[in-house]
Ligand binder design. Sequence first.
Ligand SMILES: Cc1ncc(COP(=O)(O)O)c(C=O)c1O
Length: 392
Amino acid sequence: MTKPLFDPIINRFGTHCAKWDKMEDIYGVPAKDGIAMWVADMDFRPPAVVQAALEKMAEHGVYGYFGDESDYLAAISWWMKHRHGWEIDPAWVFTTHGLVNGTGLCVDAFTEPGDGVVLMTPVYHAFHRVIKAAGREVVECPLALENGKYMMDFDAWDAQMSGKERMLILCSPHNPGGRVWTRAELEAVAAFCRKHDLVLVSDEIHHDLVMPGHTHTPMALIDGIEDRLVMMSATTKTFNIAGTHSGNVIIADAKLRETFAARMAALGISPNSFGLEMATAAYSPEGAAWVDELVAYLDGNRRIFDAAIAEIPGLTSMPLEATYLAWVDFTDTGMSREEFTARVEKTARIAPNHGPTFGTGGENYLRFNLATPCSIVEDACTRLKEAFSDLQ
Ligand SMILES: Cc1ncc(COP(=O)(O)O)c(C=O)c1O
C-alpha cells in the first residue's frame, strides 16, 4: 500500500526554520518533545514539479538576476482562470517579496501617515504590525460571532467610520477563523468600500486551501469594485514555499496600478528568481493535482482535531471552511488566558499562536496550525485532552 504523500514526518530542526527552530526561544516549549503549531507554514515538501524546478536551477548553478517573467505570467494567468474562474491580464501583475511586503507597499502607496486602515478583527497579525509601523492608524472593526462563525457587522462598522479611513484590508478566506466569505458578503464589502471611499486590498493568500463543500469567490469577480481593488495572492502558502518570499499584487485599475508601480520602483523591488521559478512550476496541472491531495489531507487533519477539541468541555474550535489554522476558543473553561496558555505550552508542550496578536476578539483564543502529518495532530490532540483532563 502506498503511504499518503503527507504522512512522513520530516525533521525540520536545524534548518533555520522559524516554526521549529525558534519554538523553544519564543514559547519555552522544549525542542526535545514539543510540537510547533504556530507559524503558518506546512511540514510538507512541495510537489515534485516544484522541487524539480529548484533542482534544475541548482544543477545549472548560476544564480544571476531574473529577467523574463513571461512564463510566470502565463502560469499565473492559467491558474487564476482554471482554479478560480478569473481571467487576468498579465500586465496587472506585480511580483513583491511576499504579501506582508505587498501589504506594506499598498499602505505606503495608497494612504498617508495618520490615515486609518480598516481591519476586520480578529485578523492576521502582520496587518496590524505593518500599518502601525508605517505610522497609519489601525481601525478595528470587530467581526460578530454568530452560531460559532464570524460574520461581518456593517451597521456597527458604518457608525465607527470617522472619515479619516482610506483603506480596508480584507482577508479572504479569513485567517484566523477560516471563513470563506460568500458572494453576498463580498458584495457588501464592496458597497462598504464605495460608501466610505476606501481602497480595498483583498489578501487571498489562502484561496487555494478551501475545504470540500466551500467555494472561494475572488473579490475581482464582484461588480462595482474594480476601480478601487488591489488583489493579493501567492504560491507560498498553497505550495509551502514561503521562504522564497514571493507574492502577487494584481491591480486591474490603471490609476491604482500607476501609483503602485511608482512605489515598487522607488523601493527597487524586483522578482526573486527562486520564487518565480518555483511558482511557475507550481501553477501547473501537476501542482493543481497536488493541491487537491493536500486539501483532502488537511480536511482529514481538521476532522481529527475538531473531534478531539469537541471532547474537551469548555473548548470550541471554529469550523474551518478554509486554511489549515484552527482557531480555538477557551472562554468556556473559565480560565484566565495565562492559565489556558500555560496548560497548552507547559503541560501539553505545544506552541500555538496567541489570540490577542490578531486584535480585538482574539483575547481568549489560541490558533493551532494543522498542516503537519496526521500522527502529529493526533499526538497534539492526546496532549490537549490530558492537559485539560480535569474538565472532563
Ligand atoms: C492572510 C495572510 N497574508 C499574508 C501572509 C504572509 O505572507 P508572506 O509570507 O507572503 O509575507 C500570511 C501568512 O500566514 C497570511 O495568513
